[in-house]
Design a protein around this ligand. Structure first.
Ligand code: NAG
Ligand code: NAG
Length: 182
């Protein structure tokens, strides 16, 4: 597991990295438009959406000179918990999403694509997770890695950690996964 660097003390953390774009506070998709909706998991229990957000750079502003598709499977990410405690997702609801991702990993495919500017959201009961591609190129990621990150953040950014969910930000900032209450 490569995403174990848990940084719970956000106020301390933010001082050292304030010049960079690490989203150590919850990301909120502005002017969200749902581009497609589907379900995942053995019983289609998890709702998934591809959305566009106005507060992410759009396709038009991206350089066409970039690599067309980059596999970011297995990249290291760093966990940030969102303070304070209270109002987080039930981690067992997040575990349903995690299991559904593993089911799809085995029955549909190990990889999925995330186009620039269009995060992928997944929701079950109290838990929501989404993957944001922050790069200038399309990314390919692994369902089993997303599953692991959801499980890890859900169970380690709880009220015991003075948290209510969190994210895991790729070391090179090219993507992050957020876990929060719906
Ligand atoms: C990303 O993928 C989309 C959909 O396949 C494609 O239309 C677009 O040209 C790609 N963008 C880049 C930067 O490769
Ligand atoms: C991801 O996009 C690439 C380039 O468009 C394509 O060749 C590949 O089949 C896609 N992979 C998946 C899992 O959809």
């Amino acid at each position: 597991m490569k995403f174990l660097a848990l940084i719970a003390a956000l106020s301390t953390f933010a001082v050292g990295v304030s010049a960079t774009a690490i989203p150590s506070t919850p990301f909120v998709c502005e002017n969200e438009k749902v581009l497609s909706t589907y379900t995942i998991g053995k019983n289609n229990e998890v709702e998934a959406q591809v959305v566009s957000c106005s507060n992410l750079p759009g396709l038009a502003s991206r350089s066409v000179a970039q690599k067309r598709q980059t596999n970011v499977c297995g990249n290291t990410c760093n966990t940030n918990c969102f303070t304070p405690s209270g109002g987080g997702p039930n981690p067992y609801d997040c575990q349903v999403i995690s299991d559904a991702l593993l089911y799809d990993n085995q029955n549909i495919g190990t990889l999925f694509n995330i186009t620039v500017g269009t995060p992928i959201y997944m929701q079950y009961a109290s838990c929501e997770t989404f993957f944001v591609n922050q790069a200038t190129y399309n990314e390919t990621y692994c369902r089993n890695d997303w599953s692991s990150v959801v499980e890890y953040v859900a169970f380690n950014c709880q009220s015991q950690q003075n948290a209510h969910g969190g994210n895991c930000v790729a070391s090179d900032q090219s993507w992050f996964i957020q876990v929060q209450a719906t």
